[in-house]
Design a protein around this ligand. Structure first.
Ligand code: FAD
Ligand code: DLZ
Length: 512
């Protein structure tokens, strides 16, 4: 009787620290990896995302084989329907004493795997994902102690726990925990944006690109622009490049919007951390070291580290604490169908068109595009929460439900009623004008509220305030805005609301 184990490695678990691989015994255990239909089609994934995952999986397979592991790998062309079917096929080939898996990042798969033990009549060990810096249990323990779960307090705890940007006496470096106030500059072409280095594609990646182009003809994504790292070494080179070229300006322009660049000074590392090509603590430590070496200001390093050590871990904690109910929340009862142009980017709103087009073509949008351009529009227009979330899950290369859902449903759409954010991230065209230079190229004017040429964000913003006045009334942080609206003359309000309905009818389609 053999005690060989079947170790299943998923497409976003390509880490050398994957707990399922930690005790794997080359020559005894078998690692299984599978490109499967179910994972590839459960939303209309961007082709960049599928290509990134398949190419990184194939490179990881070779890496494991190089380290002596037996890896049974199923190519997409073999037509395996699901991960469950891949396991079933393996169990038909050999006897295994147990199936070992690192817990998956999405609830639907976690729920399915909970059935595997009885389904396969085999032990199934689902291990904690040790690649996160706060386990689900630890997050829940922290959350149990608070009435409202604010990221800032969680983040301070993580800084202390991991000794990041901390003085010897336990106080934060520089005397402050958070330098966000210094990180909000708008974009007026103040400095040159460095060109991103191109990555050389090997035969494995070229094969995958050809496969994805052929197998997913109706999906978004232009693979002639594919420029993502597919190995640990390449991902590390991308991070090194960011620390050299982007980090110094990252903080200052973190909230900026630029006509000239899809990524500005952002790091483009979320996709690598999320699939295991980079480790989050090492990423934070490298950025901290860059500050110690004098390569950036403290505000830039702190601003970056807060996103990874704070937001990323906090978001994951929120997901697992509140799923599965969280997915069905719809605080503002937003149900307007997603306009078809979300899949083409064909709208005259310049900021929105640019954010959508680069998202669809490259699989990437930076945070302010996701939150204040696309998400803000979806919030103001009352777009259907579930449809918007599915869209976000499909179009970004870094999208996995554990991170996409709280960011979209909670942060951008406030559909959880404020479980995460203390107020909705709703803003008019003036915010977009302040943060960037799209408005100079746009046919709409942020200075106009109604009439031809008025920026649609303006009237939609006040319509949103008017519609949800009662729901927002108890929120102290909204008081000023609500009073501004209430103080307006009735005729003024009527004209704005009338125009907003026209905008919804003409720009969004369907003025329900
Ligand atoms: P940078 O701006 O350089 O930030 C550095 C790193 O911080 C990122 O790589 C990421 O690992 C982390 N980070 C920053 N903000 C967040 C956040 N809010 N939540 C989690 N991690 C964060 N991020 C995803 O990884 N996957 C998603 O599917 C995703 N969907 C989003 C949807 C919406 C509506 C919004 C508002 C945000 C979403 N984010 C998501 C968070 C954030 O926008 C991306 O992580 C970031 O834009 C990735 O680009 P970057 O690597 O250049 O990030
Ligand atoms: C996103 C994705 C895709 C497109 N394809 C696969 C695949 O073929 N095989 C696989 O193991 N994983 C894939 N993934 C990642 C999974 O969807 C991911 O592991 C789950 O969503 C859990 O986070």
């Amino acid at each position: 009787m053999t005690d060989a184990r079947l170790i299943l490695v998923l497409g976003d678990q390509l880490s050398l620290h994957n707990p399922a691989l930690k005790n794997a015994r080359p020559g005894i255990d078998t690692v299984v990896m599978a490109e499967v239909r179910e994972e590839a089609v459960y939303v209309r994934h961007n082709r960049h995302k599928i290509a990134l995952i398949f190419a990184a999986m194939r490179h990881f397979r070779d890496h494991l084989r190089g380290a002596g592991h037996r890896v049974n790998y199923y190519d997409y062309g073999q037509g395996v329907e699901s991960l469950e079917r891949a396991v079933e096929a393996e169990l038909a080939l050999a006897h295994y004493s147990a199936i070992v898996i690192c817990e998956p990042g999405e609830y639907r798969l976690r729920a399915a795997m909970a059935e595997w033990s009885s389904r396969f009549e085999t032990d199934v060990d689902i291990l904690d994902d040790s690649r996160f810096l706060c386990s689900i249990e630890e997050f829940n323990r922290w959350a149990d102690g608070y009435k409202s779960l604010r990221m800032e307090y969680f983040y301070r705890g993580m800084r202390k726990r991991y000794g990041v940007l901390l003085e010897a006496d336990g106080e934060p470096c520089g005397g402050k925990w958070n330098y966000d106030q210094e990180n909000r500059k708008g974009w007026r072409n103040q400095v040159a944006v460095p060109a991103r280095p191109g990555l050389v594609q090997d035969a494995i990646t070229a094969d995958v690109i050809a496969l994805v182009d052929q197998a997913f003809p109706a999906n978004p994504g232009k693979l002639e622009h594919f420029n993502y790292a597919v190995t640990h070494e390449q991902a590390q080179q991308q991070l090194d490049w960011f620390c050299e070229q982007g980090l110094a300006n990252f903080g200052t322009y973190q909230d900026a919007l630029a006509e000239e660049s899809p990524w500005m000074f952002h790091s483009l590392v979320s996709m690598y951390i999320n699939i295991g090509l980079l480790e989050p603590l090492a990423v934070c430590q490298q950025v901290e070291q860059a500050w110690h070496d004098g390569r950036c200001e403290l505000a830039a390093a702190e601003g970056f580290i807060r996103q990874v050590l704070g937001w990323r871990e906090y978001i994951r904690g929120i997901y697992w604490r509140f799923m599965p109910d969280y997915k069905h929340k719809n605080h503002f009862d937003a149900r307007r169908p997603l306009p078809e142009w979300f899949w083409t980017g064909d709208t005259d709103m310049r900021c929105l068109s640019q954010a959508l087009k680069q998202t669809l073509e490259l699989g990437y949008g930076h945070h302010i595009q996701r939150l204040m351009v696309i998400g803000n529009f979806a919030l103001l227009a009352g777009l259907d929460v579930e449809e918007v979330c599915d869209w976000y899950l499909a179009v970004y290369v870094d999208a996995f439900e554990w991170v996409e859902l709280p960011n979209t449903l909670g942060m951008a759409l406030h559909a959880d009623g404020g479980m995460m954010a203390s107020k909705p991230y709703a803003a008019s065209g003036k915010y977009i004008q302040k943060q960037g230079n799209h408005c100079t190229q746009c046919r709409y004017s942020p200075a106009k509220m109604t009439g031809d040429g008025a920026c649609p964000y303006n009237a939609l913003y006040w319509r949103f305030i008017d519609r949800h006045l009662i729901a927002l009334e108890g929120n102290g942080r909204m008081g000023l805005v609500l009073n501004n609206w209430k103080k307006r003359a009735e005729a003024d309000k009527t004209a704005i609301l009338h125009w907003a309905d026209k905008v919804l009818d003409e720009v969004v389609g369907d003025a329900a």
